[in-house]
Design a protein around this ligand. Structure first.
Ligand SMILES: O=C(O)CCC(=O)C(=O)O
Ligand SMILES: [Fe+2]
Length: 760
């Protein structure tokens, strides 16, 4: 019968691995009854978790490729957990074997008092389950059909099998696969909560709604459930204990014998967070589509023993006694089940709603945005801060440069909506590239200090995201230690306390006082981020404003017009640093000029500038940079004219971005470079004196922590010329894409990625 079932459900060999205690028991019982044989379970290979070594983690899991990176991170985490837990585990096993021979109750055997090691016995239990899951992971392809076949037609035989196994007191592990993705307990951080899967008997019933995952946080009943559980500040575990071992609660061992009723009290003096995770889970169960679960008394008979944080995933250990057949057969059968559930800790922490996603943006995309910022940015809102907003791009005839932002905004919005369970409800309020140079920092603050947000005293609280609450996304576009020094991000409360900015990573948090944060002073280089604000308040939708601005601009341009991508600088004051000296230009410098200079170039004005002096505060001064210019380097003058300083800057930054590609492209276009004549050299120096003053200051502000990005590459004017051509092609392509998208954006009053086949 078992082999037929095994075939029918395509059970993998590892199917029964699932907990540290389960396999041992399974091993004992199954050997005796020949179950192992008929199911082709290789006890030694698949079930004896005690013998696993860290190397087992390196086995080749079958995961969707996009999860491969997350898997590597998870493996590292596991190795860490495993290493520190291995010794205590041995100890626990000793206790366990002893109590086994005394014939103690199963529960006593499973949960001896915490070992004196840094991990309690129950941690080992969890780790055992994780091992089991990892074994299961190897068979994901085979497991996937199990899950699909179970839903819902094969429910009854499956159910009977579970009852049978459970009544033999075997721990059965289930692995659910949601939407074709395997999700383990090992913290696949970039997975959406909707795809989060729990390991529990809940999956057996084939309910479409995952038991754990995103509850509808707007649902008042969720909040009620959460609020119902009293918080006890004295029970909060301190950060340090949590961060020590990724364990949220380190207190009491289970009090044996408590089995009926949902035992809030069984949590003992656990921390509020643990309670909320449980509350969330319990709510989820109540809300479950499965009639079976609703009618069963499962939720009332759940006892929670421990809650852990394993690589960003909350793991809840609980036991359930359900009289599961009562509603079907009228017979009461007790199922004891020790299972592990998981849920996103972040979801269950309404005190500090935040999310950290690693490698969200590709490095290529980071570089592209860096190019945009460094070639279009203006002096920012605070000292040593520079910014590029989307409306500024449009204002300077670079509206096409918003195209690379479009898919990123979409993906981030999706992430936020998923996280807060509010699909189609978020609006982008602000998108901008922001860089901080040496000396910039910000102390503890929350981001909701804008006057219009302060007036929203009567905001309706809906779940974690207050309707007027702004969500902040910070995407790091370059890396600490490589591109800049200092600049670590800190949250005042709760984990993570510090974030080391690395290119591609994203941190998301609500702008209110639940997420007070700070940024350390930048001590070298330039730290660059893409910052987005999201809100549920449609009146602050950035898209509508951008679309109308773009439409206005489009009226004054036609796609056929040559050079429709050429930048037009804004007022020269926006590029003068520090901003308070922009009225006289007597001190400070022009940031566009400075960035060009930081790459080793000088500028030569085609106009005669002999009448200007460094202290000239007339508007004429700034006009020099709005007029045609040429590039010079050392003793050479490049014989190509740029329409203005932004044009030069875009070409130079594009060269910087694409230097390695241009080196190898074998560009053989004839270029014309002439030696600088003495009068031209004088002109070049004059401009430098006017727009840069003391060149050491700007060079310090704009050089990367480790020197110029492409200083290692041999300089070649031919590559500069190739960069100009490539930049034109790049700009043209974006202009076309933008013009094709704009009608759709206008119709929907929303900026989104228009599929290319639609745009034709
Ligand atoms: O760049 C960051 O990491 C955060 C910046 C910040 O907190 C702010 O500008 O308010
Ligand atoms: Fe902030």
């Amino acid at each position: 019968m078992f082999s037929t079932m095994a075939k029918k459900f395509r059970l993998s060999k590892s199917f029964f691995a699932g907990s540290s205690s389960g396999p041992r028991r399974l091993s004992k019982v199954a050997k005796g009854k020949g179950i192992a044989k008929s199911l082709d379970v290789d006890m030694e290979r698949d079930l004896i978790l005690d013998d696993m070594t860290p190397e087992d983690f390196e086995s080749d899991w079958v995961l969707p490729p996009r999860l491969a990176k997350a898997r590597v991170a998870a493996e590292a985490k596991f190795r860490e957990l495993f290493d520190s837990a291995y010794e205590p585990w041995e100890e626990v096993r000793g206790n366990w074997d002893h109590s086994d021979s005394e014939g103690m109750d199963v529960e006593d055997r499973e949960f001896p008092t915490p070992s004196c090691g840094c991990f309690s016995a129950s941690t080992n239990f969890i780790l055992g389950n994780l091992h089991g899951l990892m074994l299961l992971c190897r068979h994901v392809r085979r497991l996937r059909p199990v899950v699909w076949e179970l839903c819902p037609t094969t429910l009854v035989p499956w159910f009977l099998l579970v009852v049978l196994l459970q009544s033999l007191r075997l721990t059965v592990a289930f692995l659910l696969v949601a939407r074709g993705h395997l999700v383990g307990l090992y913290g696949l951080k970039d997975l959406s909560c909707r795809r989060l899967v729990l390991m529990s008997w809940g999956g057996v019933w084939g309910c479409d709604t995952p038991l754990v995952g995103v509850p509808d946080l707007r649902s008042p009943s969720y909040m009620e459930v959460v609020e119902e559980i009293p918080s006890s500040p004295s029970s909060c575990v301190t950060d340090s204990s949590a961060s020590d071992h990724h364990k949220l609660s380190v207190e009491d061992s289970p009090s044996d014998g408590v089995e009926d009723g949902f035992q809030d009290s069984a949590l003992g003096p656990r921390n509020l967070r643990a309670k909320r995770i449980v509350a969330l889970w319990r709510y989820r169960m109540e809300d479950c589509d499965s009639a079976f679960l609703r009618h069963s008394s499962a939720q009332k008979r759940m006892k929670v023993y421990d809650v852990f944080d394993v690589a960003g995933v909350g793991v809840v250990m609980f036991s359930v006694r359900i009289y599961c057949l009562s509603c079907i057969l009228g017979v009461e059968v007790t199922i004891r089940s020790w299972q592990v559930l998981c849920t996103r800790l972040t979801m269950a922490n309404p005190e500090h709603p935040r999310l950290i996603i690693h490698d969200f943006l590709s490095l290529d995309l980071c570089k592209e945005l860096e190019f945009i910022h460094k070639s279009c940015g203006t002096v920012g809102y605070r000292l040593n801060v520079f910014s590029t907003t989307l409306s500024h791009l449009i204002a300077t005839n670079c509206g096409h440069l918003i195209m690379p932002f479009v898919p990123i905004r979409e993906r981030l919005k999706e992430k936020a909506e998923e996280f807060f369970g509010c699909e189609f409800e978020l609006f982008v309020e602000f998108t901008g590239l922001i860089s901080w140079s040496t000396g910039a920092s910000i102390g503890w603050h929350s981001d909701d200090n804008r006057p219009y947000l302060k007036q929203r005293d009567f905001a309706v609280i809906m779940g974690l995201l207050n309707i007027f609450c702004t969500l902040i996304f910070i995407c790091y576009l370059n890396s600490h230690g490589e591109d800049f020094e200092g600049g670590l991000f800190h949250f005042q409360d709760w984990q993570p306390t510090a974030i080391v900015p690395m290119a591609g990573d994203v941190v998301m948090y609500t702008a209110d006082s639940r997420n007070i944060h700070s940024v350390d002073e930048i001590t070298g280089g330039e730290r660059l981020t893409l910052t987005l604000w999201f809100s549920r308040d449609g009146s602050h939708d950035e898209d509508a404003k951008l679309i109308s601005f773009l439409s206005e601009k489009q009226l004054s341009h036609s796609i056929h017009e040559t050079g429709s991508f050429l930048p037009q600088p804004a007022s020269s004051r926006m590029y003068w640093f520090p901003p308070d000296t922009a009225f006289t230009y007597e001190s400070g410098f022009d940031i566009c000029f400075a960035r060009i200079h930081a790459h080793g170039y000088d500028l030569y004005s085609v106009q005669d500038t002999s009448c200007f002096s460094a202290s000239d505060s007339s508007n004429d001064l700034s006009e020099v940079l709005m007029a045609p210019l040429r590039l010079a380097r050392e003793h050479e003058l490049f014989d190509e004219e740029f329409v203005n300083v932004l044009h030069v800057l875009q070409a130079v930054q594009f060269y910087c971005w694409k230097a390695s590609e241009l080196q190898t492209s074998g560009h053989e276009k004839r270029i014309n470079v002439v030696p600088l004549s003495p009068s031209e050299r004088e002109e070049v120096n004059r401009l430098k004196h006017v727009f840069l003053k003391d060149e050491r200051v700007p060079d310090k502000l704009f050089s990367s922590a480790t020197g110029n990005e492409h200083s290692q590459q041999p300089f070649n004017w031919a590559h500069v010329s190739a960069a100009v051509t490539a930049w034109e092609a790049y700009s043209n392509k974006l202009v076309k894409e933008m013009l094709l998208s704009l009608p759709y954006w206008k119709t929907h009053q929303s900026i989104f990625s228009v599929p290319s086949d639609l745009g034709k």
